[in-house]
Design a protein around this ligand. Structure first.
Ligand code: PMV
Length: 317
């Protein structure tokens, strides 16, 4: 049997503008993860079990654009070796793939990319076909396109490398170091919001008035750059919080916040957060608040009272 696991992620700064070439910052969240187990099975075929999404199917029954099917086929490659070659690994004619995840879906925590990365790693190691980080990342990016249409690639990158990432679409991977650990409280609105829709709506705004939105994206890009510097220096958390608030105001302008997100963001600030913003595609999903470690439980409680369905306290290191 082979196993692999991949973390969730949050975007700290720069979502949406990153689709238009501006930098964004994302970090892994290890409190939630996707897990994949691959075993040799007596029955013929490649069987996929993903109870969280109620899927129990043989690979051949999944359409070409099904993300799980596409990820599995991408590991087998264009010239699959016969499964019988792996018989000695368990005496079976087939393979069972078990997928589970504690990452809430469609909520900005990267559940799709984490499942893909764990699946690519578990299956490739079962097939004795080792994949480099870069190979996993580029295969996962192809699968992200099936989920999102025109993804920037930030999710698959931060999840593959499991390190803080300074991401610019189409440029070589840049990880960065955190000067002094800091604490983030994540609050889930419980509302599932497909990233594809908010990305599509921002595109419509941009198409209608490119000059205006390019300026807004520039501002977001400057915020992300300056946030990276502050995080690397590990000083002036208040200033990092102010940058979060400024980034959120620009996301509101892009129409990707929502009443529920704004309610949680205000509640976090009132409860003592240094700054707060939505994280990911928006319209629902998660918000994040930068807090002093000691005030994390109080901020998490305030978020629950303001309607959050769950909270996660995570240390960015
Ligand atoms: O909703 P998430 O966490 O998958 O984040 C999407 C981030 C966007 O910038 C909105 C889209 C993208 O592809 O980068």
């Amino acid at each position: 049997m082979t196993r692999a696991s991949a973390p969730g992620k949050i975007i700290l700064f720069g979502e949406h503008a990153v689709v238009y070439g501006r930098p964004a910052l994302a970090v892994p969240v290890t409190q939630v993860h996707a897990d994949v187990e691959v075993t040799a099975a007596p029955r013929r075929g490649i069987w996929i079990h993903a109870p969280d999404v109620n899927l129990h199917a043989e690979l051949a029954s999944l359409s070409a654009d099904h993300p799980l099917g596409a990820a599995i086929r991408s590991v087998f490659g264009p010239h699959p070796r016969p499964l019988s070659r792996f018989r000695e690994r368990g005496g079976g004619e087939g393979i069972e793939i078990n997928i589970s995840s504690t990452i809430p879906v469609a909520s900005g925590l990267g559940s799709g990319a984490a499942v893909t990365v764990a699946l690519l790693r578990a299956l490739s190691s079962f097939l004795l076909r080792s994949l480099s980080f870069d190979e996993v990342n580029s295969l996962a990016y192809e699968i992200e396109k099936l989920h999102h249409g025109t993804p920037s690639g930030i999710d698959n990158t931060v999840i593959t490398y499991a390190r803080p990432v300074y991401f610019i679409k189409g440029q070589p991977i840049e990880t960065f170091t955190v000067g002094a650990p800091f604490t983030i409280v994540i609050g889930d609105t419980g509302i599932r919001a497909p990233t594809k829709e908010s990305v599509g709506d921002v595109r419509k705004l941009w198409e209608a008035d490119q000059a205006r939105w390019e300026k807004v994206f520039d501002e977001v890009g400057e915020i992300a750059k300056s946030a990276r510097e502050k995080i690397e220096r590990g000083k002036k958390k208040e200033e990092l919080g102010a940058l979060m608030n400024a980034n959120h105001a620009l996301l509101q302008e892009m129409t990707v916040s929502s009443l529920e997100l704004d309610r949680l963001i205000v509640a976090a600030r009132v409860a003592g957060a240094l700054g707060a913003k939505l994280s990911g595609g928006g319209r629902g999903g998660n918000m994040i608040a930068l807090v002093e470690k000691e005030s994390a439980p109080a901020v998490a409680e305030a978020l629950m009272s303001a309607g959050a369905k769950r909270t996660i306290i995570t240390e960015v290191i």
